[in-house]
Design a protein around this ligand. Structure first.
Ligand code: PLP
Length: 349
């Protein structure tokens, strides 16, 4: 892979905005360089644009050098930035399996970049050769989501590694659900593959979707490109401080993951026993894709009873499927109890 040849010319030529906090990073007693109002500490000051303190903690936890980390406003920020760095609008294209997380396509469309879908097989396995055949010389990025949303399965490591090693562009592996997976993260392979980018997020296992923090791991060179293009102050002080505290509470997070995985096993058994359920797809995440007798009817029935699931009926390979997130024990029981009564209603008709 030649990173220099993959990057858009305008990004290569870009001299990024240099903020006051970039130019002077040391300690001082008087800051008169950024036109801030000196009252209302600590929120009066612009945040660290590179978030070094936070990155150090994440680097320590994940055993990845902090120079190989970029922090974003959720994973959605790097999903968009990577397209803007590598894909020339109207010329280049992106390839991804189908069905998968909807933001890849939305970000591609916003940037006027062609989005090519390669269908999974009926068990949501990916054929590496089929995916690679969909690429051409203008394919800059491949997005892989593992465990995949909305199907719940983790992709085979060998399939992903074959794609990463055969493709001359960039492969982004979105590991939003990796903490729930029986398969290991690709982070350990990061330094074996200069074209690999791994996305993780605090939105799912870390129970902090409202805080908006996503982590991108890649080579120093790719991370430098992301820093060049992102908004200078993309991570605010509230988020940085909150996350510095939460990272000290890692055992609490691990305990939540543990509880959710036990609840996932229970929910799977109970869902499989329901007459309105045809199939529960295996899950490496904190949700299930469930094939119902009638997804639209089940969805409306649950909404009427104030239980919201995601109707995925209209996605390819997902006819009559709903996606159900694992909740608390009480929430899961409420769902199961409500779905048991759905059976009774059908029988009475
Ligand atoms: C939920 C989810 C994310 C998280 O996005 P954030 O912007 O970090 O909240 C990323 N990728 C996938 C596949 C997801 O399902």
């Amino acid at each position: 892979m030649e990173l220099d040849l993959l990057v858009r010319k305008c990004i290569k030529a870009l001299s990024p905005y240099s903020s006051a906090r970039d130019e002077y990073q040391g300690k001082a007693s008087v800051f008169m360089d950024a036109n801030e109002n000196p009252y209302n500490a600590p929120y009066d000051r612009y945040p660290d644009p590179k978030q070094w303190e936070l990155k150090e903690k994440i680097a320590h936890l994940k055993n990845i050098p902090k120079e190989q980390i970029m922090l974003g406003n959720g994973s959605d920020e790097p999903i968009d930035l990577l397209i803007r760095i590598f894909c020339e609008p109207g010329v280049d294209n992106i390839v991804a399996p189908d069905p998968t997380y909807g933001m890849y396509q939305v970000a591609a469309q916003i940037n006027n970049v062609e989005y090519r879908r390669v269908r999974f097989d009926e068990n949501f396995n990916l054929d590496a050769d089929k995916l690679l055949r969909a690429t051409d010389r203008n394919t800059k990025l491949i997005y892989l989501c593992s465990p995949n949303n909305p199907t719940g399965n983790a992709l085979e490591h060998n399939t992903m590694l074959k794609i990463i090693s055969s493709f001359s562009g960039i492969v982004i592996v979105d590991e939003a659900y990796i903490d729930f997976s029986s398969k290991p993260s690709l982070l350990k392979q990061l330094n074996d593959y200069p074209n690999l980018i791994v996305l993780q997020t605090f939105s799912k296992a870390w129970a902090s979707a409202g805080v908006r923090l996503g982590v991108t791991y890649a080579s120093k060179e790719i991370i430098a490109l992301l820093h060049k293009v992102k908004y200078p102050y993309n991570i605010n002080i509230l988020t940085q401080n909150y996350m510095l505290h939460l990272l000290d509470d890692y055992p609490k997070i691990q305990n939540w993951i543990h509880i959710l995985m036990a609840e996932r096993d229970l929910l799977e058994k109970e869902l499989k026993a329901l007459p309105c359920v045809e199939k529960v797809y295996p899950s490496d995440a904190n949700f299930f894709l469930v094939k119902m007798n009638d997804a639209n009817a089940a969805y409306r029935y649950l909404v009427d009873r104030s239980i919201i699931v995601r109707n995925r009926n209209n996605l390819p390979l997902c006819a009559n499927c709903i996606r159900i997130t694992v909740g608390t024990k009480a929430e899961n029981q409420m769902l199961i109890q409500t779905l048991k009564e759905l059976k009774i209603e059908f029988l009475e008709q």
